[in-house]
Write a protein that binds this ligand. Structure first.
Ligand code: ADP
Length: 194
């Protein structure tokens, strides 16, 4: 199977992180999680971390300018050209989607597929309240989900228009959901794109 470039979209609490790790292991692509990158920067106390931490705590979005820069730098590394990538947490806005398209075009590595891990709002709210991460306060959860509907959900249509979207039901146990994701990936990879 050739190197794939995947995006995974889905509400916070949809299980994106867990499934992303499994996809990356199974297909040998590199898992790039912008949330993990930002949390590492916060833990290290870098300039980026200091700029991002308050925004993240409140459930807001780090600026497109910062995010686009971080991702462009990461995608340009040779491991991604060799192994492919699974982007988790990016793009989250229309501006980020446009930037991703141009970064990948410049690298001559077009996107293979965007996976939409679909879990309804009620269910993700329940899951997030249960996991109790420090940035999972009720107010931050509400804000993150609102920003998802406003800024990120429109990207589903954006990928759909390009014939790059596969929506997968994210309800059910972890193995079952993973199975569905694998089916979506395998029915796409190798398909010739116009
Ligand atoms: P969640 O999916 O629960 O929001 P993530 O780990 O993906 O968790 O992201 C954590 C936080 O990092 C987000 O709430 C946001 O503040 C910031 N962040 C991550 N990715 C982006 C992005 N692409 N654009 C803007 N902010 C981002």
């Amino acid at each position: 199977m050739s190197a794939m470039r995947l995006v995974i979209l889905g509400r916070q609490g949809s299980g994106k992180g867990t499934q992303s790790v499994r996809i990356a292991e199974t297909y040998g692509c590199i898992h790039v999680s912008t949330g993990d990158m930002l949390r590492a920067a916060v833990a290290e106390g870098t300039e980026l971390g200091m700029a991002a931490s308050a925004v993240m705590e409140s459930g807001g979005l780090v600026s497109d300018e910062i995010m686009n820069g971080i991702v462009a730098e990461r995608l340009a590394k040779p491991d991604i050209a060799a192994q492919g990538v699974l982007l988790d947490g990016f793009p989250r806005t229309a501006d980020q989607a446009d930037t991703l398209e141009s970064i990948l075009a410049d690298l001559d590595q077009p996107l293979t597929l965007a996976l939409n891990l679909d879990v309804p709002v009620d269910e993700v709210t329940r899951r997030m309240m249960a996991r109790g991460r420090s940035d999972d306060t009720e107010e931050a959860i509400r804000r993150r989900l609102q920003l998802y509907e406003e800024q990120t959900a429109p990207l589903l249509e954006w990928f759909g228009r390009r014939g790059l979207l596969a929506t997968v039901d994210g309800l059910g146990d972890e193995d079952e959901v993973f199975q569905r994701l694998q089916e979506a990936i395998e029915s796409t990879n190798g398909r010739s794109t116009p």
